[in-house]
Design a binder for this molecule. Structure first.
Ligand SMILES: [Zn+2]
Length: 108
């Protein structure tokens, strides 16, 4: 989903190859439009990624979102390092550390 952790982008893979995650601008598909999201799930949308790749895009499942390498061109354009998984799943990209629950008031 194109939330801030994903730099406002969808991270999708091409339906034909499933090799890497490309950054597709968040406004390419309205995340609040169930019909549009269904079309994305059914490989019915041809979209253009930041790097210029234009293809039928697939919305990968969790395993692929964690493991597929991000497109290096898309990463360069967005100013983040290349690596595996969506940015939203990579705390180091966001400059955040995992929450240490021992230091959170009231948490046990
Ligand atoms: Zn790309």
């Amino acid at each position: 989903m194109p939330h801030p952790g994903n730099l406002g982008h969808w991270w999708l893979t091409t339906a034909s190859s499933w090799e890497r995650l490309h950054a597709v601008p968040g406004d390419a598909v309205d995340a609040d439009d169930e019909d549009a999201c269904d079309e994305l799930r059914m490989y019915a949308l041809t979209l253009t990624a930041r790097c210029g790749v234009r293809a039928v895009m697939a919305w990968p499942g969790l395993g692929s979102r964690l493991a597929l390498p991000r497109c290096g061109h898309c990463c360069r354009i967005l100013g983040i390092p290349a690596g595996p998984g969506t940015p939203g799943n990579r705390a180091e990209i966001l400059g955040q550390r995992p929450i240490d629950k021992t230091k959170v008031k009231g948490a046990r």
